[in-house]
Design a binder for this molecule. Sequence first.
Ligand SMILES: C[S@@+](CC[C@H](N)C(=O)[O-])C[C@H]1O[C@@H](n2cnc3c(N)ncnc32)[C@H](O)[C@@H]1O
Length: 214
Amino acid sequence: MGKTNNDLELYLTQHTTPEDQVLTELTRFTYLTTYNPRMLSGRQQGLFLQMLCSMLKPKRVLEIGTFTGYSAICIARGIMPHGILDTIEINDELEESILKFLRQAEVNQSVNLHIGNALEIIPTLDSTYDLAFIDGDKREYAEYYKKVFHKVSVGGFIIADNVLWDGKVINFDPNDIHTNAINTFNQMVQNDERVQNVILPMRDGLMLIQKVKD
Ligand SMILES: C[S@@+](CC[C@H](N)C(=O)[O-])C[C@H]1O[C@@H](n2cnc3c(N)ncnc32)[C@H](O)[C@@H]1O
């Protein structure tokens, strides 16, 4: 019998450094208590973000969409001890658990959690970012990009998650709002002469964007 995508997924997991106890507990908590636990970054993407941050050594990182804090912990681990992460989450019911897991992971000193709508909060942040990770509501990606762009330094990066949207981006359906929003975003980035960009087919697709001019 032929090998399936699940076999490949298992193989990837078996050849990626395992999570520590905090991330395992956070994942378990997320699967037990949230409606859409698959939203968390998970082992491969989490470690990828962590390693990328170790390479880039950003001083200031912005994340849109904290959820239960998986990617925030990974990013914070990659930027410590010199970097700061500002992470924004609209769902205030998650605040207590996010703060608990940040403390458990001992990264709370390096992370500022902002509870509220990223579209309203971003304009109030007066930092310049070396890296921004867009992982909020897919329908708002284009708006996040517009708001974040001027806050990212020239040479800095923007990473957007889920840009392949389960492969649906190549099957046009006029009624699929999320897919159309992702496609609009991907095309907007592709047409933006101020950046260079590449899609990595990791998990649900990561768009790596480097700002080359203002
Ligand atoms: C895909 S999850 C984020 C996953 C997280 N980055 C991780 O890897 O574990 C998306 C999150 O964005 C949040 N969100 C949606 N719209 C938002 C907005 N306008 N501002 C801030 N957060 C938002 C949702 O509540 C949800 O928790």
